[in-house]
Design a protein around this ligand. Structure first.
Ligand SMILES: NC(=O)c1ccc[n+]([C@@H]2O[C@H](COP(=O)([O-])OP(=O)(O)OC[C@H]3O[C@@H](n4cnc5c(N)ncnc54)[C@H](OP(=O)(O)O)[C@@H]3O)[C@@H](O)[C@H]2O)c1
Length: 491
């Protein structure tokens, strides 16, 4: 009769981190106390289905096991014993992970079935349950707590109280893209509640242009002897963490967004509350292109636009960083998506990302086309500002909602309630950082963005990469209206 052993536990680490260890069929000698040595036969990779591993156990036993299935999307693998000096016969085991809903912990299920020589059932069940599974849970927990999964031998990061040098792009006076100049700065050691990050990719947002132009001097003060560093988001690797930081370790791959500028640099110290861990499959540049813009799209569609099947949604700059994400996600929700763009090239990309009705206009004339297409928009996402003011009003349907997101064409002149009342229009002026004011809110929204990407509800936008020192060129490109998708700086 086949014996069955089933054990499960919850590990205090996100699923991506646990899976990064378990998916490697050749990793057990690094974390499981019973395994002294592990080797994959024939030079195959540790995640290759069919690979056979040789285990030499500390008690002198030797086991050969074969990887039968491995699914990164289901976080699941199956393996069997091919040959063993312990009498486990027809042994097949499955490891399955599920995320716990708070996103920071992982449910781990481990089960197997096998036959034994008569009379040894109980002893061998006990050995597998306690000696392999329960001990494995405990050993992996310790391995992750030490951060040993994040280090390569000899490269353990040393906590240091010293500032680290940081290359940056900064301005000493407000002005055009040319005021952004490369220079040297430093990132202080992380204080309580802070993390220091080696940045691999920095997201460029249109908001950075407003800062550079001096529209928000209290947020980015600049002086000849105190340059201001723009930038609200980046992705990279944690160097060290300050006191009281939970859930982040040196070596973690992370991204952040925060309400204080300063991201145009190579090393930055930021509050841990701004930071989220990255899924293993998401590259740094993709994360920097997606985090702030994706969270903005989530805020617009869910919280402000209440976009659902049948909503008529007008998206300006539909081929831009935020625009492409909005088009795809809204379409997935069943909305009728109408977008404006300034060129045929942009129109093609917007269509490919789900924008059904594309209006090509460079001079902000779109209201008649919107009315003709769908009888007016229920929701307008307006990143254009002043030049599109009258047309936005005209494009809205009765009881429509005007979301003033940004002002690429110039500062929006005050809107009078007496004007809005003519069509019972509501108006909002959101700032995304107010919608991720706590780490929990940020983690939830970021997770929805990563999930939407994994599910195909949004696609990764085209990404234009610039060296950090060429930040001015990136700004010039963004302001020229030629950019498609997102821009990132590579420090
Ligand atoms: N409030 C918030 O929390 C928040 C958060 C994120 C983004 N935003 C806003 O959302 C908008 C989109 O941001 P993004 O970073 O994704 O930028 P983006 O859309 O990639 O780039 C801006 C686009 O605006 C359009 N545009 C129209 N008139 C322009 C002009 N006179 N000068 C320059 N561009 C003009 C251009 O598209 P076409 O040439 O196709 O018209 C341009 O490609 C911006 O207004 C930004 O400030 C606000």
């Amino acid at each position: 009769m086949l014996q069955k052993v089933v054990r499960s536990t919850v590990i205090d680490a996100p699923i991506e981190r646990v899976w990064a260890v378990l998916r490697d069929f050749n990793s057990h000698d690094q974390w499981h106390g019973v395994v002294e040595r592990s080797r994959i036969e024939g030079g195959r990779r540790g995640d290759q289905v069919g690979a056979v591993r040789d285990f030499w156990l500390r008690d002198g036993n030797h086991i050969r096991e074969q990887l039968l299935t491995l699914s990164d999307s289901d976080y699941k693998s199956t393996y069997c014993i091919v040959e063993a000096s312990v009498p486990l016969q027809r042994y097949v085991a499955t490891v399955t992970l599920k995320p716990v809903t708070d996103g920071r912990r992982t449910f781990w299920h481990w089960e197997s079935s096998f036959a034994t020589p008569p009379g040894r059932e109980r002893e061998l069940r006990e050995m597998v349950a306690q000696g392999v599974y329960e001990a494995g849970f405990e050993n992996l927990r310790r391995h992750l707590e030490r951060g040993a999964d994040l280090r390569t031998p000899g490269s353990e990061p040393q906590p240091t109280a010293l500032p680290l040098p940081s290359r940056r792009a900064a301005l000493r006076q407000y002005g055009g893209p040319e005021v952004l100049v490369a220079g040297d700065g430093e990132a202080p050691a992380p204080g309580a509640g802070e993390v220091r990050i080696r940045q691999r990719a920095v997201g460029v947002n249109y908001f950075d242009v407003y800062l550079r132009k001096g529209w928000l001097p209290s947020l980015l003060p600049v002086a000849a002897d105190a340059p201001g560093v723009p930038g609200m988001e980046a992705a990279g690797t944690v160097i060290d963490v300050g006191a009281g930081v939970n859930g982040l370790l040196p070596g973690d791959r992370v991204a952040y967004m925060g309400p204080q500028p300063g991201a145009y640099c190579s090393v930055r110290t930021v509050p841990a509350d701004w930071v989220v861990r990255l899924p293993a499959a998401l590259e740094d540049a993709s994360a920097a292109a997606l985090l702030l813009k994706g969270v903005t799209a989530d805020m617009l569609l869910r919280d402000l636009g209440h976009v659902r099947a049948g909503t008529r949604l007008l998206v300006h700059a539909a081929a831009g960083g935020v625009g492409l994400l909005l088009c795809a996600w809204a379409r997935k929700l069943g909305a009728t998506v109408i977008g404006t763009v300034s060129s045929e090239d942009k129109a093609r990309v917007a269509r490919a990302h789900g924008c059904e009705h594309v209006i090509v206009t460079r001079d902000y004339r779109f209201a008649d086309a919107v009315q003709a297409e769908c009888g007016g928009a229920d929701v307008v996402v307006d990143g254009l500002g002043d030049a599109a003011r009258e047309q936005n009003f005209a494009a809205l349907a009765r009881c429509g909602h005007w979301i003033s997101l940004g002002q690429a064409s110039g500062s929006l002149q005050p809107i009078s309630p007496d004007w809005l009342v003519q069509k019972s229009i509501t108006f909002s002026r959101p700032v995304v950082f107010d919608f991720v004011a706590t780490q929990r809110q940020l983690a939830e929204r970021a997770q929805r963005v990563w999930d939407a990407l994994a599910a195909g509800s949004i696609q990764l936008p085209p990404i234009e990469r610039y060296a950090l020192g060429a930040a001015g060129q990136a700004h010039a490109q963004l302001e020229s209206r030629r950019s498609i998708g997102a821009l990132v700086l590579i420090p």
